[in-house]
Design a protein around this ligand. Structure first.
Ligand code: ADP
Length: 747
């Protein structure tokens, strides 16, 4: 494709604000500058375009410094009635041309993107009119015959086709789960029912995923209303049964657009009233409202905004002058481009399907993982499992952990237990990993044994980092026989995978290992083969981003360099992704190693920066980046070389990365993966197969790999996969964090 170097790019945020918009603006500005393209921010959305003047401002590298962690949008957003009219758009076109801008990155919802598309279609006729009325010259019009557009979706609702996630949705889920967790603890204390209303007019994503992540008892979403007219009665019976079964709290999550089969809106006060009457107790309503738009963006939203903003500029630079505008989105972990209006139309089709009560179509349009999540939720929120069929074979399936604890492990156990029980099987919980299994710490789980586990950090079943060796294998084989375990789910990290692989190879000596075993990737290190993400890594990333934000704040008004050491063993995922999320200027990875020449060059850059007004340096170091040039060494070197210019502090984040409550993403993925793993085991046992596998997220898909491929897919020495998809993000991280060579040196 041809490159278009003479562009001038304008960037604006429009419609409702969303966390992560700042990261997108920063990426658009810095990628443009890095590519030698002038870039302007249009303040207050389309209103700024119509107002012109000071509202359209040239941006520098510095204008977008220190904004990654800020909520909302620093360039403002607005709704603009004038832009809906041709006269308004005429003025907007003139204001862009005053600044010679003919390329736009629009960050907004479907309304904003529709407006952008219309503007682009009208552009030639607007220009003709401006020339005719003498407002611009023919030369100016000739220089800008086309308007180029790239669209990014900033919307907390996650309501847009063409991207798995919209910028802001993940952070909104964080706010919802935080609120739901807090409400759950007070509800449980008082044995009370709560109705929590969340945003989403035509999209139940936040309610569904928020409900799944927080372990809600009932969820009402627009796309899939209750399928019976007496839903109130059914709901109340379920809630009462839940209490009888031992639940102390009752939480109903309702999307603001929830309605019944006939399209009548269901209000939160109506739900509360119905529950109050049936349960004979006070029911409280919490409307979360704008809290969902608040707070610092999650690590995911920062990185999503960054990657999409970067890709939007690349798209403008490489697409033909009058090519169709694209929506830049994310599928799996990859950037995608889809014709903008195709996405807008598909999005509108969902709203229309809901409007015409065609809920099947609405659910189909949302996609298979949405439907699957809804089905899983329906099982999870049962008060008790379905009773086994009288003639059903009940399998004995065991669940255990191995390796270090990872946030989200409890959510996985909860899902596997309940989904297994609901299919009529016997679920055994093994405590304290393989040593626990050898010692017979095995107990039968029931529906309520995992009550409240969705939101718990750590691992309730306990784990062990001990990889079995020698006589342990005998002990484990015996335990499998003693407890008549027919299938085993290992929710763990490298130690779990390695152990399972050992069992596979030990089958000739120990026939007890001839059972299906499945490994579910759970490790903050994200170093497991067959999965682009493992459970716990997202929480760890958020923990690191939060800590680094605080560390950076502590250095206000000082001239200081921080060297922050993060976990990951030999895998640089946490270091790179946290570097991207916090704007670190240098990331040291084990995969790349560190040489003394690198450090000399880094010292030089720091010295140059601080002598030109720089005030803060942030270097993130993977714990195993280099055994000799360790954190203490690097700090000493920088300190000595930075004398009189800056001081240096080290921060080894340690176990805070592993702790804390799991992020909504980790809870949701844990639930999805556990559900598939239990189905896998049931299927293998039913077939009489002893196939073993590890599960993983690959792109948008969930896939199983044969356990036999473990040693082929993993670098056993370094304990990480051969292929690491995120390595290709290194150049983007480097581009955005360092002052660009072609700009004046600014921070
Ligand atoms: P969102 O982008 O979040 O969906 P809105 O629908 O309110 O939010 O749109 C934001 C702004 O985009 C509007 O205030 C208006 O300026 C512009 N806009 C929306 N729809 C159109 C349209 N059909 N034609 C022109 N401009 C539009």
């Amino acid at each position: 494709m041809t490159e278009q170097p003479n562009l001038r790019i304008g960037v604006l945020t429009s419609g409702g604000d969303a966390q992560g918009m700042n990261a997108a603006v920063r990426a658009v500005v810095r990628t443009s500058l890095d590519r030698g393209v002038e870039v302007y921010a249009i303040y207050e959305g389309y209103q700024g375009m119509v107002d012109g003047g000071e509202r359209i401002r040239k941006m520098t590298w510095d204008s977008v410094g220190g904004i990654l962690h800020r909520g909302g949008t620093i360039i403002g957003t607005a709704r603009c009635e004038a832009f809906r009219t041709r006269e308004g758009r005429l003025i907007a076109a003139r204001n862009l041309l005053v600044n010679e801008i003919d390329s736009l990155v629009i960050i907004g919802g479907d309304g904003s993107l529709t407006g952008a598309n219309l503007f682009r279609q009208e552009w030639p006729s607007l220009l003709a009119e401006l020339v005719e009325s003498g407002q611009i010259s023919q030369e100016v019009a000739d220089r800008h015959p086309y308007l180029r557009i790239a669209g990014l979706v900033g919307s907390i609702d996650n309501d847009m086709a063409g991207t798995d996630m919209t910028i802001g949705a993940d952070t909104a889920l964080h706010r919802i789960t935080e609120a739901a967790d807090a409400i759950t603890s007070t509800a449980a204390s008082h044995q009370r029912a709560f109705v929590i209303k969340v945003m989403g007019r035509n999209c139940g994503y936040l309610a569904l995923m928020g409900g799944l992540a927080s372990g809600a008892d009932w969820v009402l979403i627009p796309e899939n209303p209750p399928n019976v007219d007496n839903w109130q009665q059914v709901m109340c019976e379920r809630m009462i049964a839940g209490r009888k079964a031992g639940r102390r709290d009752t939480i109903v999550v309702i999307a603001e657009g929830a309605r019944d089969r006939h399209g009548n809106y269901i209000g939160s006060t109506e739900v509360a009233r119905v529950l109050e009457e049936a349960m004979g107790e006070e029911v409280r309503v919490t409307v979360l409202g704008h809290v969902q738009r608040g707070g610092s963006p999650s690590a995911f939203d920062r990185n999503l905004g960054t990657l999409l903003g970067h890709a939007a500029v690349e798209n403008l630079l490489t697409s033909g002058p009058d090519s169709e505008p694209q929506l830049i989105g994310m599928r799996g972990n990859r950037i995608t481009t889809t014709p903008l209006m195709e996405c807008v139309e598909k999005t509108r089709a969902v709203a229309q399907a809901i409007e015409s009560h065609d809920y099947e179509t609405a659910m189909d349009l949302r996609g298979s993982s949405f439907r699957e999540a809804f089905q899983t939720l329906r099982t999870m929120l049962r008060s008790l499992p379905h009773s086994p069929q009288p003639d059903q074979k009940r399998f004995r399936l065991a669940i255990m952990h191995a390796g270090a604890p990872a946030p989200g492990m409890n959510a996985a156990v909860r899902a596997a237990t309940r989904l297994g029980l609901d299919q009529g099987h016997i679920i055994l919980g093994v405590r304290n990993g393989f040593p626990g299994l050898i010692n017979g710490e095995v107990e039968e789980m029931n529906w309520m044994s995992v009550n409240g586990w969705a939101s718990m950090g750590g691992c309730e079943l306990g784990t062990s980092r001990k990889t079995p060796a020698g006589s342990d294998l005998y002990g484990i084989a015996r335990a499998i026989e003693n407890h008549q375990i027919q299938g085993l789910l290992i929710i763990g990290g490298w130690d779990g995978y390695e152990s399972a692989f050992q069992f596979l190879n030990a089958r000739p000596n120990y026939p007890a290992f001839n059972i299906p075993i499945v490994c579910l990737p759970s490790s903050i290190n994200n170093n497991l083969p067959g999965s682009e993400l493992s459970i716990g890594a997202d929480t760890a990333l958020n923990n690191i981003a939060e800590a680094v934000d605080k560390i950076k704040d502590s250095a206000v008004a000082l001239r200081r360099v921080f060297v922050v050491e993060v976990m990951g063993r030999n895998c640089g995922y946490l270091a790179l992704m946290s570097g991207l999320a916090t704007g670190a200027e240098r990331v040291y990875l084990n995969e790349e190693g560190v040489t003394i020449q690198d450090l000399v060059a880094d010292v030089e850059k720091l010295r140059y920066g601080f002598s030109h007004g720089k005030r803060l340096g942030l270097m993130i170091r993977n714990e195993h980046a280099n055994p000799v040039y360790n954190t203490a060494f690097m700090c000493a070197l920088f300190e000595e070389e930075g004398k009189n210019m800056f001081d240096v502090r080290q921060s080894i984040l340690g176990h805070l990365q592993q702790g804390g409550i799991p992020s909504p993403f980790d809870r949701i993925q844990a639930t999805r993966l556990a559900s598939r793993c239990i189905d896998y085991l049931i299927e293998q046992v039913t077939k009489g197969s002893s196939s073993c596998a590890f599960i993983g997220l690959q792109g948008k898909e969930i896939k199983f790999h044969s356990l036999e491929d473990f040693d082929r897919m993993a670098d056993l020495k370094n304990q990480r996969p051969h292929e690491q998809w995120w390595m290709e993000l290194r150049t983007i991280a480097r581009t955005l964090a360092q002052p660009c060579p072609s700009c004046e040196l600014e921070q």
